[in-house]
Design a protein. Structure first.
Length: 476
């Protein structure tokens, strides 16, 4: 029987993580809450280093340590074993190379309404050698309480375990398990099945955990090659057929074809692949896209950015498909207005065309107390814009959101108080227009301007790609 006071079961699968396992466990033990409300289930996948012994040395009654009889080769079997032992109201999968942020459990229990959720999603921070940035920002940019899962945009676009507290009753009642015959993409299958069963979801802006993406860490997601990932996407596609709710099924289908398949081809990684590997990936995509249900019900909803690519797939034009994605990332572009007045980009031979969101800086004007930035917008309505983000390249907590905006037709004027600029960390910042709640749009900029009426050196300048940035340095 479950302990009514036990709110959280942390499941930590581990294999040869002797350098990080203590950090993961201590991040839970250091939470500012009573130890009665959580348990830590560590499942060692028959490590060959000192991982198991290091956990044994941590003398704490909240830790239950298990070891599988033989190495399973992935995280699925240890996680499934952990699920079978979990007694808390919520289950949280914490990878042994990741760690919790302070006070996340205190935040949740202080907001008791969250405990009625089928799933709580909190903010996750990606830690690299040089920066700390928000991971999967589209899920945690605003607080939402007990929302229907279908009412949260892009909810299913991140299917990893980080930042997610899962209602254990749903796991146990539906006997939800990770597939043990997959070593990449198993998260997607598991969360597909969990999302299918859950109803009410809450998202919070509170920082929950850190994921380790430093050069010393060698996670499976970094090691798995591009082609294997697309093969796992095809396995997910087959699983989606089992979903009974047609509305939810179509959302997952759209995610597969647009995000997993086309969006991943919209990358320098795909463009650099050998021709044989590109063709194998193209054939996987073609098999999915030519499925009658996908062709008739899903493809029309794909982002306009990929309409050319969709057509090349349906025409079995592998060469055109590859040329299009190469053009998107690095090809020469010519801009013009269509007959309906929309800005579009084409290649020089006008083989491709694409409506684009575009922001071009017109002027930076300075007074004694304020700096005004005027930006010409194309193909993006005023109602969709929520602010301007001044984003630190190294530390998310130094980000600044500017809400003092005004509009005159397609011209956006941003008013920045010099007190804000004076308080900025000494760092380099990117400047984005934020629209649709979380999406970022670069501002194109062609010259350098230093602000004179600030305490230290504030300079607006273009990056090598022509995007607006700010450099704040200490005066000598």
């Amino acid at each position: 029987m479950k302990n009514k006071k036990l709110l959280f079961s942390f499941i930590i699968p581990t294999y040869n993580n002797e350098n990080t396992i203590e950090r993961a466990i201590q991040s839970i033990l250091n939470q500012d809450v009573s130890p009665e409300i959580y348990e830590i289930i560590v499942v060692d996948d028959k490590s060959s280093d000192k991982t198991y012994e290091k956990v044994e040395l941590i003398k704490n009654k909240n830790i239950a340590l298990y070891q599988l009889h033989q190495n399973s080769g992935g995280a699925s079997a240890p996680r499934n074993f952990g699920i079978s032992k979990a007694k808390g109201k919520f289950v949280y999968f914490l990878d042994s190379d990741d760690w919790l942020r302070p006070n996340i459990l205190r935040y949740i229990i202080n907001h008791k309404h969250l405990l009625r959720s089928d799933m709580i999603i909190a903010k996750t921070i990606k830690v690299t050698d040089k920066s700390e940035t928000v991971h999967a920002r589209f899920l945690s940019y605003k607080n939402r309480l007990l929302k229907d899962k279908n009412d949260i945009p892009y909810l299913i676009y991140y299917l990893g375990p980080q930042g997610k507290f899962l209602n254990n009753e749903i796991l146990q009642k539906n006997d939800l398990k990770y597939p043990i015959d997959m070593h990449f993409g198993e998260d997607k299958i598991f969360f597909l099945n969990f999302f299918n069963q859950c109803k009410k979801v809450s998202t919070i802006t509170k920082e929950c955990g850190n994921i380790d993406r430093t050069t010393d860490n060698h996670s499976m997601i970094q090691q798995t090659d591009f082609y294997q990932k697309r093969k796992s996407d095809y396995e997910l596609f087959k699983e989606i057929k089992k979903i009974k709710n047609p509305k939810f099924k179509d959302k997952f289908y759209l995610r597969i074809v647009e995000y997993d398949m086309l969006n991943n081809c919209d990358s320098h990684v795909f463009n650099k692949l050998p021709i044989e590997e590109k063709e194998a990936i193209f054939n996987i995509i073609k098999e999915v896209f030519t499925t009658p249900y996908i062709r008739e019900n899903i493809l029309q909803d794909i982002n306009v950015r990929y309409k050319n690519a969709v057509q090349f797939v349906l025409e079995d034009d592998f060469k055109g498909f590859c040329e299009y994605f190469k053009w998107l990332k690095s090809g020469k572009k010519k801009f013009s207005y269509s007959d309906n007045g929309r800005l579009q980009a084409t290649d020089l031979k006008q083989k491709f065309s694409l409506e684009v969101h575009y922001a071009n800086l017109l002027e930076i004007t300075e007074t004694k107390k304020y700096t005004y930035i005027q930006i010409l917008l194309s193909n993006i309505d005023e109602s969709r814009i929520s602010g301007v983000l001044i984003e630190s390249r190294t530390l998310f907590s130094n980000n600044i959101n500017i809400k003092d905006l005004s509009f005159d037709h397609n011209i956006l004027t941003v008013k920045i108080d010099h007190n804000i600029l004076n308080r900025m960390a000494f760092n380099i910042f990117n400047v984005y227009i934020v629209y649709d709640g979380y999406k970022n749009l670069n501002v194109k900029f062609g010259y350098e301007k230093r602000i004179k009426n600030c305490e230290h050196n504030v300079t607006f300048y273009p990056t090598v790609n022509g995007n607006l940035s700010i450099k704040h340095t200490k005066s000598k």
